[in-house]
Design a binder for this molecule. Sequence first.
Ligand code: DAT
Length: 174
Amino acid sequence: MAQPRLPNILITGTPGTGKTTLSELASLKTGMEHINVTDLVKARGFHSGLDTEFDTLILDEDLLLDEMEIMVQPGGKIVDFHTCGIFPERWFDLVIVLTTDNTTLYDRLAARDYSAKKIQENVDCEIMQVVLDEARESYKNDILVNLDSSTPDQMEQNVLRIAQWLESYMAGRQ
Ligand code: DAT
């Protein structure tokens, strides 16, 4: 009998909320493959340079989405990106929005080489729940989960939660 198709998971949230760390740990735990979209954009040049005002890459969405369409098609991917509205809704079986306590997020971003302006913009984005709102507009409520990612305990819980979700998803496909 053919194996049921593995699902795809999107992990999104403001920079610094722990997407890459969670994606890597969940990938180790489940065997799903982590796609770090920022790294993919940089490695494949799916951008047209730097937006100097916001200190972010200007995405070439068409090139990025064409490439990713092929990658997600077989399933089994954990996609990690700070914005979520650009992806087709049909790609994902679970969408996780990570959120973090504001002062903790500030400290994490300050530990990076971000300018004071960029740190403030990202903390403001978190306070305004920009990514959560974008996810609510882009995906159905029943596949959307908002998880707190402020402490190491929560990180551990979130990894377990993904592993348990995958197990019950696959059990439902038997
Ligand atoms: P992102 O990929 O969202 O930008 P990251 O995974 O690079 O974030 O994490 C940023 C830093 O914060 C990194 O040093 C790991 C740490 N971190 C993330 N989530 C955490 C959590 N729940 N508890 C403790 N540290 C965390």
